[in-house]
Design a binder for this molecule. Structure first.
Ligand SMILES: NC(=O)c1ccc[n+]([C@@H]2O[C@H](COP(=O)([O-])OP(=O)(O)OC[C@H]3O[C@@H](n4cnc5c(N)ncnc54)[C@H](O)[C@@H]3O)[C@@H](O)[C@H]2O)c1
Ligand SMILES: O=P(O)(O)OC[C@H](O)CO
Length: 326
């Protein structure tokens, strides 16, 4: 199969290597000429010791348009609308592998794609998956969500390997929201770790953060159960607890006293939760969703409020009266 990938960052390249190993032909698009050159010369850091003939890269969106009916999106979410507006995706199968919400519109990636290209078929690939591990072929399990189950099975079969298990879901709302919202909770966990609050605090944030994700998700039309699977709890657990995560690291640096600007600079890669948090804050206000952890992250990283005071008011908020499962 031929597939194109929008985005030659860590995730785009890791997916291209996975698909290349399965003998698919892959064309990666990125605006950064250095990345495109590295991929074409086979000297990208992820490509050491891997020689694949079928993986190529381009800076031309026109090349992408003519290459394949299957287009994977692995771009930072805030860049997606701008890039796909310059492409005709109307007859394509679009597989979003990006995780986040668009600032301003609060839209999920599949909604952005459908808004720009109403007849495109859109799917979401999500779950616990660090690019560095996928690039090495280490075992990973993901969820593919969408509406057209025949097409989903076809994509699943093309992507599937013993080290890349794919489960299917028809709840694209829940799968996309799980991938987007967990990044904000991971920032909260990073802040807590950076402040030295310990593992009890982190476990509580993960658990109550999941409750918050469920509340937001159910209000937006997702199925509750989806958040207890790979694309929800699975990815939240990975991102919130691993030093490999950019979102957790971003929070960690802030907990250690760095400004958001300094933390962005030090990481030098996309930190999706730092954008998604703006959408979550607005959604929680407009839809009256109780989301104290995400709102505390917003106060620290966007409003620059005093971190100790934000944490204190988070911990001192009144106990919940109602009985809950979580
Ligand atoms: N890295 C991971 O482990 C991982 C795993 C799963 C999902 N994701 C998701 O994939 C998405 C991309 O993450 P990443 O890790 O590859 O990011 P990254 O920071 O490594 O790379 C982003 C790439 O996008 C390119 N880019 C940015 N704006 C562009 C534009 N307007 N036009 C063309 N190219 C543009 C940059 O040049 C860069 O190469 C994010 O939504 C992330 O949440 C990442
Ligand atoms: O490094 P992060 O925090 O962007 O997380 C990457 C992936 O989403 C993990 O599944």
């Amino acid at each position: 199969m031929k597939l194109s990938i929008l985005g030659g960052g860590r995730w785009g390249v890791a997916l291209s290597l996975h698909l290349g190993r399965l003998n698919h032909q892959v064309l990666v698009y990125d605006r950064n000429q250095d990345i495109v050159r590295e991929i074409n010369r086979g000297n990208h850091p992820y490509m050491k010791d891997i020689k694949l003939k079928g993986v190529e890269a381009t800076t031309s969106l026109e090349d992408i348009e003519h290459y394949s009916d299957y287009v994977i999106i692995a771009l930072p979410v805030q860049a997606i609308r701008g890039v796909i507006q310059s492409l005709d995706l109307s007859q394509k199968m679009v597989i979003s592998a990006s995780k986040g919400l668009e600032i301003g519109t609060y839209k999920r990636v599949s909604q952005i794609v459908r808004e720009v290209h109403s007849s495109a078929q859109v799917f979401s690939l999500s779950g616990p998956s660090f690019a560095s591990e996928v690039s090495k072929g280490l075992p990973t399990a993901l969820v593919l969500a969408g509406e057209d189950t025949d097409q989903m099975r076809k994509i699943r079969d093309a992507f599937f390997s013993e080290n890349f298990r794919i489960y299917l879901s028809t709840d694209i709302v829940g799968v996309e929201l799980g991938g987007a919202l967990k990044n904000v909770v991971a920032i909260a966990c990073g802040i807590s770790d950076g402040l030295g609050y310990g593992e009890n605090a982190r476990a509580s944030l993960i658990t109550r953060g999941l409750a918050e994700m469920v509340r937001i998700g159910v209000k937006l039309g997702a199925k509750r159960e989806t958040f207890y699977g790979l694309s929800g709890m699975g990815d939240l657990f990975l991102t919130a607890s691993s030093p490999q995560s950019r979102n957790r690291t971003f929070g960690f640096l802030i907990g250690k006293g760095k400004s958001a600007q300094m933390a962005f600079k030090e990481i030098g890669q996309v930190v999706e939760g730092a954008y998604t948090v703006r959408a979550v804050k607005k959604l929680s206000e407009e839809l009256s969703i109780y989301a104290p952890i995400s709102c505390a992250v917003y106060e620290v990283i966007i409003e620059n409020k005093n971190i100790q005071e934000v944490v204190k008011s988070l911990l001192l908020r009144p106990p919940k009266e109602e009985f809950e499962v979580l």
